[in-house]
Design a protein around this ligand. Structure first.
Ligand SMILES: [Fe+2]
Ligand SMILES: [Fe+2]
Length: 659
């Protein structure tokens, strides 16, 4: 019985390059098919990620259709999972007597499959294997992606990267080659199986300098178009520990609007259609709609509940990490459905108002969430006696750096420290602190005038810089909005309801905060003109480009995406010490008449703020010398002209996001 199932699942070899073949398998339960690869080199061959034990005899027969199995001179196990190593003992019994290339950590577990070796430990063999023809396979460490001893293999001759679980996708095997729709199921797979961005990103960086023609993952499809785009996509993906932990994501968000909810539902449906196919998804949606009140648009929480009720928990669990990243992106709170299923205790009611369960405390800081902030702001505004008050947004400016250097826990410590200082800065009952969507802490200073507010904020910034909340010194900035300015602004814009005024306040506060953050040592900003709000809310790109035709080509592109573009012909005209001029990202031509991209980058590395700014080098020349110079300066992104608009925009979006 088992054998028949396996026979039905095994399909033919597909040639992906000269002498390189992929064997397609679908999974007995759908979703996670896998593919061994056979690489033939003259009289020798390498069998890459051999396969599962339930398929071993079929794999052996399939090999026989291409070459005599005893010509296999190497088996490669990118890690120790059963879909890779399970077939090896049986294949060896049937006559494949090749050594098995793996990392020593993998070898410690591989023995439990009954694999007797011999092992070819890549870490003890210069991370390479040479066929008798001289052709080299290079092994690339991918530690903790998703096993400690994970590796990938790059074939020098064809430029194929055999990537193991990396670049895989949550989808049935289907077509051999990936198209643009592959990105979503690929991201879904990594959200589930890769531990975190801190672990994934450096591995992606390490392969950027390889000349990769195709990526051949063990799950999913072969990537031959937009290889770099896929690498960049994974480089910035939030995955693993960033997501899926209800405690961690139950940070306070603004209450969401119906528009946000329906956008999230739409995106979830699009993801489901990519994972389960359009037809199955259409049928599922019909069933889901059947549970709602006829014709009424379904909210996010109801949608999730109906999805589980009609399709079972699996449909929910495959989109769960994506849901968390959408909640983050839209800065909305956990839907009730998840709160209830996660059995998060109902928080105590606010002292001044509010119903139990309506607001939540942030798990990291213990502060009340964004909905509580809005509620409190509403009641302060309702006292229309013109009493003085101030709103403040605080941020830890070097949070990203702390996260990168010391991990997310250190970042959490820093935020917790800031929250502590903000909360305890005054014993006045009018002073209350809240935790907004990461990484901001908000304060309502009811009854506080300008002087009192500024001096209290100054003190918090000073104490944060002095305190030992984190291994790094905290740089804290603050945007302040006084009550009279908010009232004037609200009147001018005709905003007068509970919804619009807090939204206007949020925008004005963010603009002030961003403006304050432009100082290398952090700062305070409490005045900003209307036009300046837009200016500060837009992300700023500094383009160093002497060639007018490129400037004209790029200008409308960035404008359409809502970026603020500053163009200069060479790096000599850039002053990184002027707060007003500090960009969010630099795109620089390597060769300019005066100071070029390399010199500018070197100068930036010498400034506290400058070295944190993402840097993209562009040039018509991209030879070995230039690549080396770029690498020496830590430049990871180097685009050769002419590049495609989508490539550059995609990279910029990934690095800094449009808003
Ligand atoms: Fe795996
Ligand atoms: Fe796998």
């Amino acid at each position: 019985m088992e054998k028949n199932v396996a026979e039905a699942e095994i399909e033919a070899w597909v040639k992906i390059d000269e002498g390189v073949f992929r064997l397609r398998h679908s999974s007995p339960r759908g979703m996670m098919g896998y593919s061994p690869y056979l690489l033939i080199d003259g009289n020798e061959a390498a069998l890459i990620d051999p396969g599962a034990s339930i398929h071993s005899s079929e794999i052996f027969d399939a090999i026989g259709k291409l070459i005599p199995p005893d010509r296999i001179s190497l088996m490669i196990a990118h890690h120790q999972d059963p879909d890779i190593c399970g077939a090896i003992p049986e294949l060896s019994k049937l006559g494949v007597s090749a050594p098995i290339a793996l990392h020593w950590r993998t070898s410690t577990l591989a023995v439990y499959y009954g694999i007797s070796g011999p092992f070819y430990l890549v870490n003890e063999n210069k991370w390479e294997w040479t066929f008798s023809s001289g052709r080299k396979l290079k092994f690339i460490p991918a530690p903790y992606c998703h096993f400690a001893g994970s590796i990938m293999t790059w074939d020098e001759k064809t430029g194929i990267l055999f990537s193991g679980d990396l670049f895989g996708a949550l989808s049935d095997v289907g077509e051999t080659f990936a198209d643009a729709s592959y990105h979503e199921p690929m991201k879904a797979f990594h959200e589930h199986y890769m531990p975190s961005r801190e672990i994934l990103a450096p591995v992606m960086d390490s392969i950027l300098s390889l000349d990769i023609k195709q990526i051949a993952p063990q799950h999913g499809k072969v990537i031959r178009e937009d290889v770099r785009g896929c690498v960049m996509e994974l480089r910035s993906l939030r995955c693993g520990s960033y997501l899926g932990n209800t405690e961690a994501v139950n940070v306070c968000r603004s209450p969401y609007s119906e528009k946000d909810e329906s956008l999230i539902v739409e995106r979830l449906i699009a993801r489901l259609a990519l994972l389960f196919g359009r037809e199955r998804t259409r049928l599922a949606l019909e069933r889901i709609k059947g549970t709602g009140e006829g014709g009424k648009a379904m909210g996010l929480s109801d949608f999730l509940a109906a999805l589980v009720a009609t399709q079972g928990p699996r449909w929910f669990s495959v989109i769960e990490p994506y849901l968390y990243s959408l909640l983050d992106e839209f800065r909305v709170a956990l839907p009730d459905y998840i709160r209830q299923t996660a059995e998060i205790p109902i928080p105590e009611p606010l002292s001044d108002s509010g119903t139990p369960g309506q607001y939540a405390r942030d798990r990291n800081t213990g502060l009340w969430d964004g909905s509580a902030f809005r509620k409190r702001l509403g009641s302060v505004l309702a006292e229309r006696d013109g009493k003085e008050f101030a709103l403040i947004y605080f941020s830890v400016d070097n949070l990203e750096e702390i996260n990168q250097l010391h991990g997310r826990h250190a970042g959490d410590d820093a935020i917790r420290g800031l929250a502590y200082l903000a909360q305890n800065a005054s014993t006045d009952p009018g002073w209350s602190a809240y935790k907004l969507a990461a990484p901001y802490v908000a304060v309502i200073a009811d009854g506080f005038g300008k002087e009192a507010t500024r001096s209290t904020v100054e003190r918090i910034r000073y104490e944060a810089a002095e305190a030992k909340f984190s291994t790094e010194r905290l740089t804290v900035s603050a945007g302040i909005l006084y009550g009279d300015a908010l009232r004037a602004q609200a009147e001018a814009n005709g905003a007068n309801n509970q919804e619009e005024i807090p939204n206007a306040a949020d925008k004005l506060l963010l603009a002030r905060l961003f403006s304050a953050r432009r100082n290398a040592s952090g700062g305070i900003c409490d005045v900003l003109t209307d036009g300046a709000s837009d200016y500060y809310l837009k992300k700023r790109i500094l383009l160093v480009e002497p060639d007018d035709s490129y400037v004209r080509f790029l200008e409308p592109l960035f404008a359409a995406k809502g970026y603020f573009l500053v163009t200069v012909p060479d790096g000599a005209s850039v002053d990184m010490n002027r707060a007003e001029e500090i960009p969010d990202i630099v795109v620089a031509e390597a060769m300019t008449p005066r100071m070029g991209g390399f010199d500018l980058r070197r100068q930036m590395l010498n400034s506290v703020r400058g070295k944190r700014i993402p840097f993209i080098l562009i040039s018509r020349r991209k030879d070995e010398e230039f690549i080396k110079r770029a690498r020496d300066l830590g430049i990871v992104y180097f685009l050769k002209k002419p590049f495609s608009k989508t490539e550059l925009i995609g990279l910029v979006d990934n690095l800094i996001g449009a808003t």
